[in-house]
Design a protein. Structure first.
Length: 279
């Protein structure tokens, strides 16, 4: 029997329910049949210094050596552990936020990169005294390449405005800089691979105050296993790698949209941020 339009519609609805809402290729790929091991890491200069979006090769820019920038063109790491190691090595080499963005544009160790439309690196003022960090971009962020621009971003803007902040006086990023397909939660492995990059981003931005938006960002960055309801509103130390700063976790704006009664607690947290910035 030839499949009809109803079958096709039902199949699309099935894909959407399963979280597959993005086309990643024109031809199906049988990944079970692909037994070829990834090539060993190799070192060779890139054909062009501009960031490329070619697949299966991670161009990891390393520090200048003898006045020249040395490029390591490395195959996608074979295992999550190798990817975490590659991320750590790469993140260390970024001397500026621009370097870090370029590194991430070319880093192929995290598979989220291949399903996302683009990297969502940061928004706002990197010189700001306060930095907000969320979990991962959603659909609107994936389309625009800027964090927190969808519904929860609009709420974040209003909350910042209430304490005299906006995107010229705050810096905003996410732990994971690529949208997970269907807005699913990033896996622990994906988060672990992205962690060295966001830690380096915080170190390079060097804010006085770090605000974790929601439990996942808080648990990843502050290393606590407690829930957000228990930990929010408490100042905790955060070691940037060069100094200790103050960190605070608060509810994620997406949660506040679903549970508006909790906004009173977030308001307290934002007043605490305002007070800390006045010191
Ligand atoms: N939620 C996040 O955690 N980050 C965004 O950028 C948008 C929504």
């Amino acid at each position: 029997m030839t499949p009809g339009r109803t079958d096709a519609r039902e199949l699309l609805a099935f894909y959407l329910d399963a979280g597959a809402d993005a086309l990643v290729g024109e031809e199906p790929v049988d990944r079970m049949a692909d037994e070829t091991p990834p090539p060993a890491p190799s070192v060779k200069p890139p054909s062009s210094p501009s960031p490329s979006r070619e697949r299966n090769v991670a161009n990891t820019a390393l520090p200048r050596q003898g006045g020249e920038r040395t490029f390591f063109q490395t195959a996608a790491p074979a295992s999550p552990d190798a990817a975490i190691m590659a991320a750590r090595e790469a993140a260390k080499t970024a001397a500026s936020l621009d370097d870090l963005r370029a590194l991430l544009e070319n880093f192929e160790g995290c598979t989220l990169r291949s399903t996302a439309t683009q990297l969502v690196f940061a928004d706002g003022n990197p010189q700001a005294r306060v930095m907000f960090v969320g979990e991962a971009p959603g659909h609107d962020e994936d389309v625009t390449g800027r964090p927190f621009v969808g519904r929860s971003g609009k709420l974040l803007d209003r909350m910042m405005e209430a304490i005299g902040l906006d995107r010229t006086s705050a810096y905003i990023a996410n732990v994971v800089p690529w949208r997970p397909p269907g807005n699913r939660t990033p896996t622990p492995q994906e988060t672990a691979i992205c962690l060295p990059f966001i830690r380096r981003q915080i170190e390079l931005a060097n804010p006085d105050i770090l605000v974790c938006l929601g439990g996942p960002a808080m648990q990843t960055l502050l290393g606590t296993k407690d829930g957000i309801t228990r930990t929010r509103g408490r100042w905790l130390p955060y070691d940037t790698g060069t100094r200790e700063i103050r960190a605070l976790a608060t509810f994620h704006p997406a949660f506040l949209l679903r549970s508006p009664l909790q906004k009173r607690f977030a308001w307290r947290d934002f007043l605490a941020i305002k007070k800390a910035l006045a010191q």
